[in-house]
Design a protein around this ligand. Structure first.
Ligand code: GLU
Length: 295
């Protein structure tokens, strides 16, 4: 079945290099888009310059190219979208849907990450404050294509969340929702560490009258000690000369059944095999997958 209206994306954060876990997420979103004849966009989520590793943006692009990925259109950068984020925050603030919060990190210790609502009705000025979005006391529910039903009570399990930090940086939750809608993304395919963020994003979509994409969360690859294979744990960057063997391994992590020869052909050919044989139904229905479990 073909569906040319499908628009997928990969949205790396340049706080580190791509690692095996990001390859699994990139590959899943790529194959899901290409196998149905859809588009695949690339968006650099460079919202947080202090956490950006110098040279990471270029390294990410080179790695994707070395692994044979081809994206449609121009690379989008969140750093070029500040005016849109600021205008939206201004609107939410002036309409009372968001408010200024001056709580210190210390004050919030012990609240278990759920904002207790201290500044909700305080009427603080926005200058020099964090901006939080008021969340309703509602349970959000959605059906993930792999993980199945996911429920989260926004009021009880999340609380009012930050959309702009005190230092002026824009929050991921707000930027991702605006940009997915701006780029017309119909299908979000990403790591299961973001399953928990999805209800916040659904709420923002409702609030802003934006269409809701379909979601598919792939297992997060973890190290034997249980650490997420991610930038914060200095996972090894993907070696450019190991593209086909690692693509083959990533296909296996996604439950596909590539023949052993795939490790010895070009990355483009390995991806072409993946596109022709993609079965999203085979992705393991688990949130984490230990690296050691992979063949
Ligand atoms: N930028 C996020 C990351 O690198 C992914 C965001 C998303 O796919 O929604 O983890």
């Amino acid at each position: 079945m073909k569906d040319a209206s499908y628009i997928g994306r990969f949205a790396p954060t340049p706080s580190g290099y791509l690692h095996f876990g990001s390859l699994v997420a990139a590959l899943a979103s790529y194959l899901d888009a290409r196998s149905i004849g859809g588009k695949w966009l690339l968006r650099m989520e460079d919202l947080d310059p202090p956490r950006e590793v110098q040279g990471a943006q270029d390294a990410i692009l080179h790695t994707l190219e070395a692994y044979g990925f081809e994206w449609d259109g121009e690379l989008a950068r969140q750093s070029a979208r500040h005016a849109e984020y600021a205008a939206l925050i201004e609107r939410l603030f002036s309409q009372g849907m968001a408010y200024a919060c001056i709580c210190s990190r210390k004050q919030l210790e012990g609240s278990g990450g759920i904002y207790p609502g201290t500044c909700r009705d305080a009427g603080h000025c926005a200058d020099g404050a964090a901006i939080r979005l008021r969340v309703p006391s509602l349970e959000y529910r959605f059906i993930d294509r792999v993980q199945g039903e996911f429920r989260q009570h926004l009021g009880r399990e999340v609380g009012d969340f930050v959309i702009q930090r005190r230092d002026g940086l824009f929050a991921y939750q707000l930027a991702v929702v605006l940009d997915d809608a701006w780029q017309g993304v119909t299908d979000v395919v990403r790591g299961a560490d973001l399953l928990d963020s999805t209800p916040r994003q659904l709420y923002l979509q409702d609030l802003l009258g934006l269409p809701q994409p379909r979601y598919l969360h792939v297992p997060l690859i973890i190290q034997p000690d249980g650490h997420k294979l991610g930038k914060s744990y200095r996972s090894p960057p993907l070696p450019p000369d190991q593209a086909s063997p690692l693509l083959t391994r990533a296909l296996r992590a996604l439950g596909q059944q590539p023949p052993a020869e795939l490790a010895h052909i070009t990355p483009r050919e390995a991806l072409a095999w993946g596109i022709a044989h993609w079965e999203a139904e085979r992705i393991p229905r688990c949130r984490t997958l230990a690296e050691a479990q992979l063949r």
